[in-house]
Design a protein around this ligand. Structure first.
Ligand SMILES: C[S@@+](CC[C@H](N)C(=O)[O-])C[C@H]1O[C@@H](n2cnc3c(N)ncnc32)[C@H](O)[C@@H]1O
Length: 209
C-alpha cells in the first residue's frame, strides 16, 4: 500500500486549479473562523493543501503554521505565498507536531474524514490547543447522504482514484469531538450533503484518557 501522500501528490496540480465549489459557504466559514482571531493569535492548520485558507487567514494573526503530508501540495502553497512572513508551511502529519497548549486556534478543513484515527487526531488537536482554544473543522460526513461510497470507495482506492475515506455520520463526528474534551459552539450545514462546519472550544485542561 502506498503512503497516503502519494495520492495527494499526484492530484495536487489539478486540485490547485479546481475552483471552490460553494464560494458563499466557504466565505462564511472563513468569516466565522476569523471572529476567533486576534492580532496576537498563534494559529495551526493541518491538511492545508495548496494553502488557500492559510493565505486568507494569515494577515489577521501573529503566526500561522500550515502543514500537510503532501510535498507537492506544499510546493504549490509556497509558490503562492512569497512575502507572507508570518505564514509558515511545513511537511508533517498532525501527530508529528510537538508541544502542548501552543495554539489559540487550530483548523482542520476537509481533513477529519481522511485521517486514519479520528480519536487520536482529536486528542492531538486538544493537546496542542491552549485552554479555551478554538478548533474549527469542515468535514464530509459521508454516511449522511453518500452511504453508497462504502461500496465503491475500496475499489476506487485500489485503482488510485480516491484516498482512504472514513464513513461516519455528523452525529458521530460531533460526539467524538465532545468526547475529546470540546464543547461545540457553532454548527453550519449548508445542505445535508455538504461538509459540516463546526467550531469547538477546548473545555478541559487535560486530554481525556
Ligand atoms: C481534501 S484536501 C483539503 C485541503 C485544504 N484543507 C482545503 O480545504 O482545500 C486534504 C489534504 O489533506 C492532506 N492530508 C491527507 N491526510 C493527511 C494527514 N493524515 N495529515 C495531514 N495532512 C493530510 C492531503 O495531502 C491534502 O492536501
Amino acid at each position: 500500500m502506498s503512503h497516503p501522500s502519494a495520492f495527494w501528490d499526484r492530484i495536487a496540480t489539478r486540485y490547485a486549479k479546481s475552483p471552490v465549489a460553494d464560494q458563499a459557504s466557504y466565505r462564511h466559514k472563513l468569516a466565522v473562523t476569523r471572529q476567533h482571531f486576534t492580532p496576537q493569535s498563534q494559529v495551526f492548520e493541518f491538511g492545508c493543501g495548496t494553502g488557500s485558507t492559510a493565505i486568507e487567514h494569515a494577515p489577521h494573526v501573529a503566526h500561522y503554521l500550515a502543514t500537510d503530508i503532501s510535498s507537492t501540495m506544499l510546493a504549490i502553497a509556497r509558490d503562492r505565498t512569497a512575502g507572507q512572513a508570518n505564514l509558515e508551511f511545513q511537511q508533517a502529519a498532525i501527530e508529528d507536531i510537538p508541544g502542548e497548549a501552543r495554539f489559540d486556534v487550530i483548523l482542520g478543513m476537509s481533513i477529519l474524514h481522511l485521517v486514519k484515527d479520528l480519536d487520536a487526531t482529536l486528542a492531538h488537536v486538544h493537546r496542542l490547543l491552549r485552554p479555551g482554544g478554538i478548533f474549527a473543522s469542515s468535514t464530509m460526513c459521508m454516511s449522511d447522504g453518500y452511504g453508497w461510497f462504502r461500496f465503491v470507495g475500496p475499489l476506487g482506492r485500489a485503482l488510485g482514484l480516491f484516498p482512504r475515506v472514513s464513513m461516519f455520520k455528523r452525529s458521530h463526528l460531533e460526539s467524538r469531538i465532545e468526547a475529546a474534551g470540546f464543547r461545540i459552539d457553532y454548527r453550519f450545514q449548508p445542505t445535508s450533503r455538504k461538509a459540516t462546519f463546526l467550531v469547538a472550544v477546548k473545555t478541559t485542561g487535560e486530554p481525556p484518557g
